[in-house]
Structures are given as structure tokens and as C-alpha cells.
Design a protein around this ligand. Structure first.
Ligand SMILES: Cc1cc2nc3c(=O)[nH]c(=O)nc-3n(C[C@H](O)[C@H](O)[C@H](O)COP(=O)(O)OP(=O)(O)OC[C@H]3O[C@@H](n4cnc5c(N)ncnc54)[C@H](O)[C@@H]3O)c2cc1C
Length: 509
């Protein structure tokens, strides 16, 4: 049989391995199955979370029904990948293993190499297809944007109308229920997170392009407004319930439709301008998606090594006990900085926060608390329902100033309150201790007069923590250390090399 191995591509639309297996089956009469394997080594890694698993399980349930409607079968198994393949091949000989290329973490990278060796040893043909606009191999960063654009404009792999399934008895859910025993605990975000499945993905794209997205460009920075105005496609792109190409083509179609609507006067000029700007911004972010993943694809070591090796020792000194206490305060949203605490608590509860606030959270951990990014990156990945290693690690490094090439951005958590939540709607929702603190003290609650603190039930140091560090001092120290390192000839030379390998030839955030 032909086996389509599903990984982070849990969809039927624009799925090249499924389309190719279906085509071959019809041609050579060899039946096919789709296979998903719950691999303990993947799900017990420090970056895996119960909410990720729940999203995958939901998506698989929908996909199984889609396949069945077309005569196909989804087989779910539990175990180490090559052992599962060995077992499966005893049940029915495997002719070809088809899958998407995955740019994953070190665990899936090593696993893919093992699977390739297993296929060679066992005479199984292995066919891998490009997923999204990430190139393997990537000849150079020059011309990357044009290659990406051409992939996105290309035809989507058609949804097969009929699958040929094997007549042999293959257990559909062989030990699959064991995923519940992976030790991940319960999905604590179950009620507030996004749901899995391609139908949800399509509904999100539609509502973004037709209803929610008008003010995306101007509101994406606000933790309160971004919840509705951003596309919220990220978990779907990360777990593959929608391809980037489908999102891209949907957005392009909407741009064409808007142009027509404006020409016929069916939409006001102001609306057309706002929609246009927002959809174009979203399209550029779809290219960032692949631009960032390409970095990990080209240099897998950046999951655990600084992109600019000269910055390896930047945060190596300091008292480990202080660092450990700071890390816990940050993770629990108890730093004494309202915007940091609100964003962290919102993220932990829902699995999502907007880009700007993610950047601020990492900047605060790396610069204000002077924590090594490796001490929190896997944990932070667990909090994001859209965890995508290829975006996550390069972004964490960028916000931690360890890439050597990006502008050093140290966010002021005070200013973020003034700019994005001046009336404290968002902060008060997530940090109820601050519910009665007047607006004027909200960015620095420790300046609330002591008598007022008692009257409103928010005594600093009792109900709400003192600021964990002093913003000005922490900001100045971080800047001095980073710029001193960047000024060395070795750092400059390295920065040039990093740019050649990974740098965007356009401007990216
Ligand atoms: C420290 C840090 C870690 C991050 N980790 C992840 C991650 O693990 N997975 C992830 O999908 N995104 C990550 N991002 C990028 C970004 O924050 C999210 O993609 C975005 O907030 C998701 O919301 P959305 O789908 O509504 O995005 P929209 O703004 O609607 O954008 C549409 C799509 O474009 C892509 N995109 C948007 N912004 C970026 C960006 N800055 N870089 C790369 N791709 C982008 C995403 O796929 C997103 O779904 C991270 C950002 C930071 C600062």
C-alpha cells in the first residue's frame, strides 16, 4: 500500500502527498492509507503541551470523516515512528511513504533521518513534498521572495474525489488511545482556546476577510482589539489544517473583489482603503511565516544556539537562584508590571496573544530580567497554541538580541499601557487585583498613594507585587551590555555572515 504520513498537515485541501497517493493508487491499483502516529518522544519533549495535542486530536477527527466520505482510511497509531512502520508493514506491505517536509525541532529532525534510513533498509520509496513556502534546499536568500510568491500563486493540490483503501484488516486505532497516557496532563485551555479542524480554519479566514479584518492594520498592536481583528489563522497554519497558499489565495481574491466593489461604488472609498491596507499587511505576514521557518530549515542549530555565536555568553553570568525566581514570577504573571502580567495571564489561559505583546514578553524576560532565552523558549512554546518551532525560535532570538542583525528593541512595559490600554480594560480583566486602581496609576501601581492602596484593596507588596526590577536601570544595563558586545570587530564580522545566510532582503519586523 501507499502510506501518507500526516504530521503538521492535518487537512485534505492542498495536500500534495494525499493527492499524489490518490493519483498513484488509481494508476497502479495499489491501495493507500493515511497514517498519524502519536510519538511519545515528540509529545514528551519540553515544548509539547496538552492543548496542542487536543487541537491535533480534534483536527484528526474531522479529517478521518473527510477521508471516509471519499472511501479513504485514517489509521492512528501510538509509538516510535520506525517501530510503527515496521508493524504496519507486517500487516500490509508498504510500497511508498509520502509526506510533507517538516521543519520541526531537534526531535522530529532526528526522527525524519531515522525514517529515511528505515525506508532505504526496507525497500520503501520515500517521497517528500514541500509544505508552504519553505525551500529545501534553499539555494540562497537572494530571490527567496520571488520563489515564495510563485509557490503561493501556483495551483493548489486538488482534493481527491475517491481513495482506494486496502482490503486487508488494518487496525484503524492501534493503541492510539495511549496518547492520553503521555503524561501531558489535562488541557487547561480547553474552554478558551481555538478549536482544531479545517472547517474552523476556513471559517476564520472567511470572517477575517469579510467582517473582522477591516481595521487589522491599525489595531493589531492592541492586546484587546487584536483578539478580534487579527486573522487568528496561526494555529491552523501551524498544525496544517489550512495551507499558507490557501490563505494567500483567499486574501488575493478578496483584494480583487474589493477593487471591483470600489469601482462599482458598492463600497465607500475609505472602507476600500482600510480593507486594502489590512489585507496587504496580512499577506506580508504570511510571507514572514515562511521567511522565519526558512531560518530554522537552513540552520537547525538555532533551536539551541545563538544565531550570532558571539552572544552565547551574554547572559551566562548571574546568580542562578535569582534567575530562577525571576523566571517563575514572569511565568506566573507576578512581575509587578501590569501589562506584562496581564499579557502572560491572558496567554496562559487562552493559548494566544498578539505579536507585539509576545515581543514585549520576551523582551522583558531577556532584557529586564536578563534571562537566557533558552531558559524559557520551550516553556513559552507550550503556551502558544500556534507553536511553530521555525517561527518561535528565530522570533525569540530576535527579541532577545542574539541574532546579531536585527535592531535591538527593548519595550517599555509602562509605555505599552499608555499606548495600548490607557483605560485598563485589558489589564483589569486579566489582573483583577488591579481592578480598582485608577487609570492614572495603572502603568505604575506602586505610585498609588498608600492610603488609597488600602482603600481600594490593592496594597503593593501584599495584594499585588512590587516591580521585580526597576525599568530604567534594567533598560540601561541591558543596552550597555548589548551595544558593547555589538561594537566588537568579531561581532560585526559575524553579523555580516548571519545576514547573508538568514537576512531578509526586504524589511521585516
Ligand atoms: C517571541 C515570539 C514568538 C512567536 N512564536 C510564534 C509561533 O510559535 N507560531 C506562530 O505562528 N507565530 C509566532 N509568532 C508570530 C506572531 O506573533 C503570530 O504569528 C501571530 O500573533 C498569530 O496571530 P494571527 O494568526 O492572528 O496573525 P496575523 O497577524 O493575522 O498574521 C497572519 C499569519 O501570518 C503569520 N505571522 C504573523 N506575524 C508573524 C511574525 N511576526 N512572524 C512570523 N509569522 C507571522 C502567522 O502564520 C499568522 O497566522 C511569534 C512572535 C514572537 C514575537
Amino acid at each position: 500500500m501507499h502510506v501518507v504520513w500526516l504530521k503538521r498537515d492535518l487537512r485534505i485541501d492542498d495536500h500534495a502527498p494525499l493527492a499524489e497517493a490518490a493519483r498513484r493508487s488509481h494508476e497502479d491499483g495499489v491501495p493507500m492509507i493515511a497514517l498519524y502516529v502519536f510519538e511519545p518522544e515528540v509529545w514528551q519533549a519540553p515544548d509539547a503541551d496538552a492543548s496542542h495535542l487536543a487541537f491535533v486530536v480534534e483536527s484528526l477527527a474531522e479529517l478521518a470523516a473527510e477521508l471516509e466520505q471519499r472511501g479513504g482510511r485514517l489509521i492512528r497509531r501510538f509509538g516510535e515512528m520506525t517501530e510503527v512502520l515496521a508493524q504496519l508493514s507486517r500487516e500490509c506491505a508498504i510500497d511508498t511513504l509520502l509526506s510533507h517536509e517538516e521543519t520541526g525541532n531537534a526531535v522530529t529532525y532526528a526522527r525524519d533521518l531515522r525514517v529515511a534510513r528505515w525506508c532505504t533498509r526496507n525497500g520503501v520509496r520515500l517521497r517528500e513534498f514541500r509544505q508552504h513556502g519553505v525551500f529545501r534546499p534553499n539555494p540562497s536568500r537572494d530571490g527567496w521572495a520571488a520563489r515564495w510568491e510563485s509557490h503561493m500563486r501556483g495551483p493548489r493540490a486538488a482534493v481527491p474525489t475517491r481513495f482506494v483503501s486496502p482490503s486487508a484488516t488494518i487496525v484503524a486505532d492501534g493503541d492510539a488511545g495511549l496518547w492520553q497516557e503521555l503524561g501531558l496532563g489535562e488541557d487547561t485551555r480547553a474552554t478558551l482556546r481555538q478549536r482544531g479542524g479545517s472547517r474552523e480554519a476556513a471559517a476564520n479566514l472567511r470572517s477575517f476577510l469579510l467582517e473582522r479584518g477591516r481595521n487589522y492594520r491599525t489595531t493589531m498592536g492592541s492586546p484587546e482589539l487584536a483578539w478580534e481583528s487579527c486573522s487568528r489563522l496561526s494555529p491552523h497554519l501551524a498544525w496544517g489544517t489550512m495551507s499558507v497558499r490557501r490563505a494567500y489565495q483567499g486574501a488575493r481574491r478578496r483584494l480583487a473583489e474589493l477593487a471591483e466593489l470600489e469601482q462599482t461604488g458598492a463600497i465607500a472609498h475609505d472602507d476600500a482603503v482600510a480593507w486594502n491596507g489590512s489585507i496587504r499587511s496580512m499577506i506580508s505576514r504570511l510571507s514572514w511565516h515562511c521567511h522565519f521557518i526558512q531560518k530554522l530549515e537552513d540552520e537547525p542549530a538555532i533551536e539551541s544556539s545563538c544565531m550570532a555565536r558571539a552572544t552565547e555568553s551574554l547572559r551566562s553570568e548571574g546568580d542562578p537562584a535569582i534567575a530562577a525566581a525571576r523566571l517563575v514570577a514572569w511565568q506566573e504573571g507576578r512581575t509587578g508590571y501590569p501589562m506584562i502580567d496581564a499579557c502572560m495571564r491572558a496567554l496562559v489561559a487562552t493559548g494566544w496573544i498578539n505579536f507585539r505583546m509576545r515581543a514585549m514578553l520576551v523582551s522583558f524576560a531577556s532584557h529586564h530580567l536578563w534571562l537566557d532565552w533558552r531558559s524559557f523558549a520551550p516553556w513559552l512554546g507550550r503556551q502558544f497554541l500556534d507553536y511553530e518551532p521555525g517561527i518561535h525560535y528565530p522570533q525569540v532570538q530576535m527579541q532577545s538580541a542574539t541574532t546579531g542583525i536585527n535592531t535591538v528593541r527593548i519595550y517599555s512595559p509602562r509605555k505599552q499601557v499608555e499606548d495600548h490600554d490607557p483605560h485598563g480594560t485589558f489589564i483589569r480583566r486579566w489582573v483583577p487585583e488591579l481592578a480598582r486602581v485608577p487609570d492614572e496609576f495603572l502603568s505604575e501601581p506602586e505610585t498609588t498613594p498608600p492610603l488609597l492602596q488600602t482603600m481600594i484593596g490593592c496594597r503593593i507588596g501584599v495584594e499585588y507585587p512590587e516591580p521585580i526590577v526597576t525599568h530604567r536601570e534594567a533598560y540601561r544595563d541591558a543596552q550597555e551590555r548589548i551595544f558593547a558586545l555589538r561594537a566588537t570587530p568579531a561581532s560585526r564580522a559575524e553579523a555580516r555572515a548571519v545576514f547573508v545566510k538568514h537576512g531578509s532582503r526586504k524589511r521585516h519586523r
